[in-house]
Design a protein around this ligand. Structure first.
Ligand SMILES: Cc1cc2nc3c(=O)[nH]c(=O)nc-3n(C[C@H](O)[C@H](O)[C@H](O)COP(=O)(O)OP(=O)(O)OC[C@H]3O[C@@H](n4cnc5c(N)ncnc54)[C@H](O)[C@@H]3O)c2cc1C
Length: 329
C-alpha cells in the first residue's frame, strides 16, 4: 500500500549557506551515512548533494545481491554485520525494502574455482557464516532448470551455497534512507553538482556547487566511482582507479529459474535474471576478477564513517546495466 501513498518521500529545500556536514553523493552510502549521523549521533544539520537524481549512480543500477560469504576474515565479519543490519532495516526504516533471503549460489566451472570456493566455505564456517560446498545433485534439487550437463558451454562442477544470501530492491534502499533522513530534518539536494572544494589550513571548508557555495564543518566524499575526482578538488590524490562494471539483465523469466544463480539474481517479483561478472578476462565465469569497492559497499562502512566523524569531530531482451566501481590500485 505504501506505493499508493501520495505523500512526498522527501522535501525540497533552499540550499543554505552552511551546514555541519555536507555529503557529496546521494547514493546508498551518502544517504546511509547521513541517516546514522542523525540517528546515532544527533547530527541533523546535514546537506546531501547529488549532481543527479537519487540513486543515479551504482546504487540504482546494481545486481541487488546481499551476502556475507566473502573470502577474507575481515571481509566476512564486515559483511556479516552488514547483512544483519539489512535483516532488520525494513522494520527500522518503516519501508519495505523487498529483501528476500532466497539463498545465493556461486557456481564453479573449473578446478581452481572449486578450490577457491572451498577456501571461502571453510573461512565462512570458522566465522559462523552459513555457507558450504554443494555438489551437482544438490544444485539440481535447488535449481532444477540449470543446465548441469557436461556439454554445457561452461560445465558446472560444484557451487558455494549461502542460504542467508539474497536480493533486495536497490531503489527501495535509496528511497527508504532518503525518507528517514528527511524525517530527521536532513536536507536532500538532487541536481546540485559539486564543482570545487575550498581548503584552508588542511581542512575542507567550503563546497562550491552549481547552486552556489556552501560552508561545511565536515565534508564526506560518498561518490564511489567519482571519488577520485571529488578528492582531487580538495587536492587529495586517491590511490584508486575507476572501472566500469557491467551486468546483463534478461527479460522476465519463469520464477523457478531465477532463484539461485551464478553470482546474482533478481527478486522473483521482477522475474529477470542477472548475470554478473567483470567483463574483463575472467578466470572463471562465476568470479569477479577485481577487488572492487570492497570497503565501501556495506552498511557497516557507513556506520563506521558516522562513528569516526563523531570521534574526530535482448532476443532474450538482454540489456546491460553499467556503472562505475572503484578498485584499489
Ligand atoms: C553493475 C553493478 C553491479 C553491482 N552489484 C552489486 C551487488 O549485487 N551487491 C552489492 O552489494 N553491490 C553491488 N554493486 C556495488 C554497489 O552498487 C555500489 O558499491 C554502491 O551502490 C555504491 O554506492 P555509493 O552510494 O557509494 O555510490 P553511487 O550510488 O554510485 O553514488 C554516487 C553518487 O555521487 C554522485 N556524484 C558524482 N559526482 C558528483 C558531484 N561532482 N557532485 C555531486 N554528486 C556527485 C552521483 O550522481 C551518484 O549519485 C554493483 C555495482 C555495479 C556497477
Amino acid at each position: 500500500m505504501q506505493l499508493f501513498d501520495k505523500t512526498r518521500m522527501w522535501r525540497r529545500h533552499e540550499l543554505k549557506s552552511s551546514y555541519d556536514v555536507v555529503i557529496v553523493g546521494a547514493g546508498a552510502h551518502g544517504l546511509a551515512a547521513a541517516y546514522y549521523l542523525g540517528k546515532e549521533h544527533g547530527v541533523k544539520k546535514i546537506a546531501l548533494l547529488d549532481k543527479s537524481y537519487l540513486g543515479a549512480g551504482a546504487s540504482g543500477r546494481n545486481t541487488a545481491i546481499l551476502r556475507s560469504n566473502y573470502r577474507t576474515p575481515e571481509g566476512i565479519l564486515f559483511y556479516d554485520a552488514s547483512l544483519k543490519l539489512y535483516e532488520r532495516l525494513s522494520q527500522e526504516l518503516e519501508w519495505n525494502l523487498l529483501f528476500s533471503q532466497c539463498g545465493h549460489m556461486t557456481l564453479a566451472h573449473n578446478d581452481s574455482s572449486v578450490t577457491g570456493l572451498r577456501v571461502r566455505a571453510e573461512n565462512n564456517q570458522l566465522l559462523g557464516v552459513n555457507s558450504r560446498m554443494i555438489d551437482t545433485e544438490e544444485i539440481r534439487k535447488l535449481a532444477p532448470e540449470i543446465d548441469l550437463s557436461c556439454d554445457a558451454r561452461y560445465p558446472i562442477l560444484a557451487a558455494l551455497y549461502h542460504p542467508p544470501g539474497g536480493i533486495i530492491r536497490h531503489d527501495a534502499v535509496v528511497w527508504g534512507y532518503a525518507r528517514a533522513c528527511d524525517r530527521m530534518g536532513i536536507e536532500i539536494h538532487p541536481h546540485t553538482e559539486v564543482t570545487d572544494i575550498k581548503v584552508e589550513n588542511n581542512r575542507a571548508t567550503t563546497v562550491m556547487t552549481k547552486r552556489g557555495p556552501v560552508a561545511a564543518g565536515a565534508v564526506l566524499n560518498a561518490t564511489a566511482g567519482w571519488a577520485s575526482t571529488i578528492a582531487s578538488m580538495a587536492g587529495v590524490k586517491l590511490p584508486i582507479v575507476t572501472h566500469p562494471l557491467q551486468a546483463c539483465v534478461t527479460e522476465p523469466l519463469k520464477h523457478r529459474m531465477i532463484m539461485p544463480l551464478t553470482g546474482g539474481g533478481r527478486p522473483p517479483r521482477t522475474g529477470t535474471m542477472i548475470q554478473t561478472g567483470s567483463l574483463s578476462a575472467a578466470g572463471s565465469m562465476s568470479n569477479r576478477t577485481k577487488p572492487f569497492n570492497t570497503w565501501f559497499h556495506s552498511l557497516t562502512a557507513r556506520r563506521i564513517f558516522a562513528r569516526s566523524y563523531m570521534s574526530n569531530c535482448s532476443s532474450m531482451a538482454i540489456r546491460t546495466i553499467s556503472s562505475l566501481a572503484v578498485a584499489a590500485r
